[in-house]
Design a binder for this molecule. Structure first.
Ligand SMILES: Cc1cc2nc3c(=O)[nH]c(=O)nc-3n(C[C@H](O)[C@H](O)[C@H](O)COP(=O)(O)OP(=O)(O)OC[C@H]3O[C@@H](n4cnc5c(N)ncnc54)[C@H](O)[C@@H]3O)c2cc1C
Length: 462
């Protein structure tokens, strides 16, 4: 019998687990993905995608025009992500306060928790001398068009760029432990503090009977286990938490469950140049847009570069001509627009547990995309691009909502004390409780929010 079972070992799960065990709670952390070490991460793009993500690499919306990357590993998204850490601004918190009707969503209330996270997660900017040509084109284009950009801040310690390390590799997990994932920051402390971790254990159902929680899970061989605890923390992300709750019958008492799902849909545009750019070499994503006008218009631009397989999906050609185009990969520059989406999607789950994601880009979100594309074209054209291809396939990397936090039990799922409206034994503080899309990288706030929540949760359970 455990005091707390935490389901999902992403940033939220790892940070919360650490707070709980440091206060003497007996905790079990269950994670569907594998606990990789720096020398065991999958090394090829194809095996990386299939081993580190749910559903073999990608999940699609019902129209199959947006793909969602849902991480599956101990460390969750912090293993595969770009590790960019940005605090929220007033615009993001004001919107959250308005939607949730909860007054504590204010920058000054989050500041101490941001600081606590950053004391535990080292960050760096990419030094100027190591920026690749793609980053330079991005910066040049911004300057020529009067847009503002700024260096990105990444959770990393020592990437040893002088050795020729390519960032593109670390999207499959960092083989030199420079990327500061939750698996190497919060988790080791939690394990030292007595946390029990079971990886490759997928939770299928939770139940509360006579003030005890029961968690049913299956291992990689489909063998079933039931674990008992006083309380449960759901930290399985927007889709994971919604699915577990729906499969466990909680949707009957939580009408907003699965609703208000946001993803910051991102679209990549590629430009062919005469010169060699090698966007996939060395550190990429050194710069980000930092433009008040872009923020007002609800988009941001990043000089990201996709791994070759992902990139090939965006180039509209087949067979021999496609091979020909892909041979020019070294001459491609790439900028993506990330949209702060206002029209929410919905996560549905059928009786067999199959997830259906309704999330279409329309209305104001489509207009935002067009504004972002205009800025990208200006940047490419002013820096000598020969041809521009706008990727038609959207990607959702920031999966948020489904269990939104708020004061109303009909419009939200999670209370201001971070438990379900329908149960004081089930807590949540991860990306699933976001009330709306902030338009800013979410990880830093997920970790800060988890630290803030841990104080309230520890009071509730003591
Ligand atoms: C390619 C990529 C790049 C990104 N780049 C950035 C970035 O630069 N900056 C940023 O801020 N954000 C970035 N993100 C988003 C960020 O990683 C996520 O927002 C963040 O990881 C969410 O944290 P979480 O704890 O809420 O959930 P997750 O990190 O998704 O963790 C949830 C965990 O729960 C597990 N789980 C789910 N269901 C079950 C179940 N039934 N049983 C057991 N375990 C389960 C999952 O396997 C997963 O490991 C990126 C994401 C991706 C995919």
């Amino acid at each position: 019998m455990y005091d707390m079972i935490i389901i999902g070992a992403g940033p939220s799960g790892c940070f919360l687990a650490n707070e709980y065990v440091q206060k003497g709670m007996k905790c079990l952390l269950l994670e569907a993905g594998e606990h990789y070490q720096r020398h065991t991460y999958p090394r090829s793009e194809l095996t990386g995608n299939s081993k580190l993500y749910w559903s073999g690499g990608i999940e699609l919306n019902s129209r199959a025009d947006i793909g969602f990357l849902r991480p599956k590993a101990v460390g969750g998204g912090s293993i595969v992500n770009q590790a960019l850490l940005d605090p929220f601004d007033d615009i993001a918190f004001d919107a959250w306060r308005e939607k949730s009707k909860l007054n504590f969503f204010k920058k000054e209330n989050f500041q101490p928790y941001y600081e606590q996270v950053l004391n535990n997660v080292p960050t760096q900017e990419i030094p100027k001398e190591f920026r690749n040509r793609n980053a330079e084109i991005f910066k040049e284009g911004f300057e020529k068009n009067g847009y503002q950009c700024a260096p990105l801040v990444r959770a990393q310690k020592n990437c040893q760029y002088e050795k020729g390390n390519d960032c593109i590799e670390c999207l499959n997990g960092c083989r030199i432990d420079s990327k500061q994932s939750s698996a190497i920051t919060a988790l080791p402390k939690a394990l030292d503090g007595g946390l029990e971790l079971r990886d490759k254990m997928t939770v299928i159902k939770i139940e509360i009977l006579f003030n005890k929680c029961y968690v049913s899970a299956v291992d990689e061989f489909n063998e079933q286990y039931t674990f008992e605890s006083g309380y449960i923390t759901l930290a399985s992300g927007a889709i994971g938490n919604t699915k577990i709750l729906k499969m466990s019958g909680f949707d009957k008492k939580l009408p907003a469950l699965g609703k208000n799902f946001y993803t910051h849909p991102q679209f990549m545009s590629l430009a062919f140049y005469d010169e060699v750019i090698n966007s996939h070499k060395g550190p990429f994503q050194a710069m980000k847009s930092d433009d008040a006008n872009f923020r007002k218009n609800n988009f941001k631009l990043e000089n990201v570069f996709g791994p070759p397989v992902a990139l090939s999906m965006l180039i509209p050609s087949f067979g021999k001509s496609h091979m020909q185009r892909m041979k020019d990969i070294s001459k491609i520059a790439c900028i993506e627009v990330a949209i702060r989406d206002f029209i929410p999607g919905e996560i549905k789950v059928n009786s067999k547990g199959k997830v259906k994601i309704i999330k279409n880009l329309k209305g104001i979100d489509l207009e935002t995309k067009q504004k972002g594309l205009e800025a990208i074209h200006n940047i490419f054209k002013s820096t000598g691009a020969k041809e521009i291809i706008d990727g038609q396939f959207g990607i959702g990397l920031h999966l948020m909502g489904g269990c939104g936090i708020g004061s109303s039990d009909s419009k939200s799922v999670t209370t201001e004390n971070f438990h379900l409206h329908s149960s004081r034994r089930i807590f949540l503080a991860d990306s699933s409780i976001f009330p709306s899309a902030p338009g800013i990288n979410p990880s830093l706030t997920i970790m800060a929010q988890s630290l803030m929540a841990s104080e309230k949760i520890l009071k509730e359970v003591s």
